[in-house]
Design a protein around this ligand. Structure first.
Ligand code: HAM
Length: 429
């Protein structure tokens, strides 16, 4: 057993897995650019109150999962928390930097790690990566459909087949309070079925009960009053208009009346992405929704907004389950080896010159026999071995094509051009 290990719920992304993440980040960045969602970043930690107020104090994310940062100096203790999600921080930044003054909506995206003190299991980590996308300042409904389509496009572009969107409306300030009263009365009538923690939640946030993972509550939840049946006219027509826009894009969402999301800032449109055929407690690949009250809640002017975040860890897992391993590592163009085992300086200098000329080149820096160096070059998947010998004094080296099994002399002065031409010729030939 090693003495030290990565903290529970975190993972080292070793090169093969990091490459899988990098590929997904590439897909995300490319799509964000094409759809006009400019990339931004926020700090990995914020004042805790940004999350308490934004995400909601009575949510799992804040109650149980917030990583609070205790400063050991000064009076700043307990004020900070690692970001559990990106939306609250982005909205904080939107207000702080006066982005209301920009043309609306402000379309932004962010790729990075999030932290939740969750019970670790496959696909559920304490440090995980999200691609987050937000459109702030547009009441919809067209932008709602634009975002849902963008989310689905990401999975398709990543090579993950059969992802569906589940859609619901969770109402707004006009219709939700009356519904919550109705829901509270319903659960109060069945109070004996509730565990103490659930009875407590009923008092402060009855909607959370619909999200309960307790199997004993499943039947009760299924029979509970549904918010979609109690939407005000404005919310009902918003939902219908989102569906109409999705239909134009050829997207048919699964309407999911019990979908409530785990964060408090949502209004109206709420959605989650699942793999087709996934049922019950299957983990979402991503989720999002509209948050028309959040900017105001964090101290800005009333401003509508909508966004989503996709869990990159879960996409990597799903791709692996689908039999799509990460792309194999690409070998370097050349490895510089030498007949004089001890002359590592010449090999290093030649490789450095070739790299300065833009090539992917390594040098064998171990003082070992040429045969061993050549074996290493083949194992690393290099296209060429550049063999340094006595003829270097005359500006010449040997170039062995490890893929074709041929060897020839080459001019050092011309080597960079020679190697890149050789590789391109091979690739296209
Ligand atoms: P969320 O549903 O809490 O939404 O998280 C979005 C996605 O992040 C989840 O669907 C899942 O794929 C991934 N995820 C969440 N927790 C974990 C975890 N512990 N381990 C691995 N993956 C996880 C949000 O975060 C909202 N900020 C989305 C949003 C943006 N809404 C509006 N704008």
């Amino acid at each position: 057993m090693p003495q030290f290990r990565a903290p529970r719920g975190t993972r080292d992304l070793l090169p093969a897995e990091r490459a899988a993440f990098a590929r997904l980040e590439g897909v995300a960045r490319d799509l964000a650019a094409r759809y006009g969602y400019a990339e931004m970043d926020t700090p990995l930690f914020e004042e805790s109150v940004v999350f308490e107020r934004g995400v909601g104090a009575v949510t799992d994310v804040v109650e149980k999962e917030l990583f609070r940062v205790t400063a050991t100096r000064g009076e700043e203790g307990e004020r900070w928390a690692l970001r559990p999600e990106a939306t609250a921080g982005i909205v904080r930044a939107y207000i702080q930097h006066g982005m209301q003054a920009l043309p609306q909506p402000v379309r932004v995206s962010l790729c990075g790690p999030m932290f939740r003190y969750d019970r670790p299991q496959a696909g559920r980590y304490r440090e995980f990566w999200q691609w987050d996308v937000e459109a702030i300042g547009d009441p919809g409904p067209a932008v709602d459909a634009e975002l849902i389509e963008l989310g689905l496009r990401f999975y398709a572009s990543s090579g993950l087949a059969g992802v569906d969107v589940h859609l619901n409306s969770i109402g707004d300030r006009a219709c939700r309070p009356a519904y919550l009263e109705r829901l509270r009365a319903y659960f109060e009538a069945h109070a004996d079925a509730l565990a103490p923690a659930e009875a407590e939640r009923l008092k402060v946030n009855p909607l959370r009960l619909l999200d309960s993972k307790d199997p004993d509550l499943a039947a009760l939840i299924a029979a509970a009053p549904r918010l979609v049946d109690h939407l005000c006219d404005a919310c009902a027509s918003h939902l219908a208009a989102v569906q109409a826009h999705l239909a134009v894009l050829g997207i048919e969402p699964h309407l999911e009346p019990t979908l409530v999301r785990g964060l408090d800032y949502y209004t109206r449109t709420a959605f989650e992405f699942y793999r087709q055929g996934a049922t019950g407690q299957q983990q979402a690949l991503g989720g999002g929704g509209r948050y028309d009250g959040l900017v105001e809640l964090l101290g800005g002017k009333p401003t509508p907004g909508i966004g989503f975040a996709l869990g990159l860890d879960r996409v990597v897992l799903a791709l692996a389950e689908q039999g799509q391993a990460a792309a194999p590592a690409v070998g370097p163009t050349a490895i510089v080896v030498g007949a004089d085992a001890e002359d590592t300086a010449t090999r290093l200098r030649l490789a450095t010159d070739l790299r300065a000329a833009g090539l992917a080149v390594r040098a064998d820096l171990a003082p070992r026999k040429l045969g061993r160096q050549l074996e290493g070059a083949a194992r690393d998947g290099a296209h060429f071995a550049v063999i340094v010998g006595d003829e270097l004094a005359h500006g010449q080296v040997q170039v062995r094509d490890l893929q074709a099994g041929t060897q020839r002399s080459a001019n050092v002065a011309d080597l960079a051009r020679d190697l890149s031409r050789g590789q391109a010729g091979h690739r296209h030939g």
